[in-house]
Write a protein that binds this ligand. Structure first.
Ligand SMILES: C[S@@+](CC[C@H](N)C(=O)[O-])C[C@H]1O[C@@H](n2cnc3c(N)ncnc32)[C@H](O)[C@@H]1O
Length: 261
């Protein structure tokens, strides 16, 4: 089953497209740090490499790969409006049916995107077909931070309900990739002869309540709803959530890292 053309895949893609601006001014900074940590931990050779940023979103993983010496980066995502603009090379496409020839890339980076594909093994098999090496990340199931509950509660009080695509993704593939042993099993099932997973912790760099709130308000299951609210209500949500997070602990993100070839 491909994500493109299914109701859930279409709804998810348009949610990411509608979140593009809020994602750039919120989550992107955190995800850039996580992508850098992923590449450092995976230790795949990037100098001079041709890299696929798979499920690229705003393209932070590709930027981190370029900063580590990649010669050429191509970004692919189901949502085409969130993708980086020129001079970045970016194309629309489904992780489960990638629009590239066999072994077109040296390295594929799948930063927090595997869990979005309804069939992560199919996505991994496609990544293996198009690239020699893979660095992929996922959030361990159950990870949380007070900013999540605080912002979710604030938007729920204004009428927000989690969209169906988000519920399906949280209960489905996201849960399947959110455990180091299971993630390794998926890579083996996809045919990678050599794979390893480990769990690391990354300082998210969100040092103020405002940055924490911007992170959560930019998430794709929330941002399209928030964009429909009057500006004064958004200001109210921000103020309320920031006040509740004054004493929040730092955002230290646990992350599963899969490297395979
Ligand atoms: C959590 S975001 C991560 C984005 C980016 N990799 C980062 O680290 O900032 C997941 C991304 O996967 C994309 N995505 C979801 N399902 C996909 C699929 N089947 N094929 C390609 N991209 C997909 C979404 O549109 C979204 O941009």
């Amino acid at each position: 089953m491909t994500a493109i053309g299914t109701a859930i895949g279409t709804a998810m893609g348009s949610a990411y497209d509608l979140s593009a601006d809020a994602w750039r001014s919120g989550p992107a900074m955190l995800y850039a740090r996580l992508a850098g940590a992923l590449l450092d931990e995976a230790q795949l050779p990037l100098a001079g490499a041709t890299v696929l940023d798979a499920g690229a979103g705003t393209g932070v993983a590709g930027e981190q790969a370029a900063a580590r010496g990649a010669a050429r980066v191509v970004a692919v995502d189901l949502a085409t409006r969130i993708l980086p603009g020129p001079p970045a090379l970016a194309v629309g496409g489904d992780l489960q049916r990638l629009p590239f020839r066999d072994q077109a890339f040296d390295v594929a980076v799948a930063a927090f995107s595997l869990g979005h594909a309804p069939d992560p093994v199919q996505a991994l098999a496609e990544l293996r077909r198009v690239a020699r090496g893979l660095a992929a990340s996922a959030f361990p199931v159950g990870w949380t931070h007070p900013a999540k509950d605080v912002v979710e509660s604030a938007v729920v009080r204004r009428g927000h309900r989690p969209p169906a695509w988000y519920v399906a993704f949280k209960d489905g593939a996201e849960a399947r990739v959110g455990d180091a042993d299971r993630l390794l099993g998926l890579a083996t099932a996809a045919g990678y002869p050599s794979a390893r997973t480990r769990r690391i912790e990354v300082d998210g760099g969100l040092t103020t309540p405002a940055a924490m709130v911007a992170w959560r308000l930019g998430m794709a299951h929330i941002a399209p709803f928030v964009a429909t609210l009057p500006p004064e209500v958004i200001t109210e949500i921000r103020a309320e959530a920031e006040a509740a997070l004054v004493d929040a602990p730092p955002v230290v993100v646990p992350m599963l890292v899969l490297s395979a070839q």
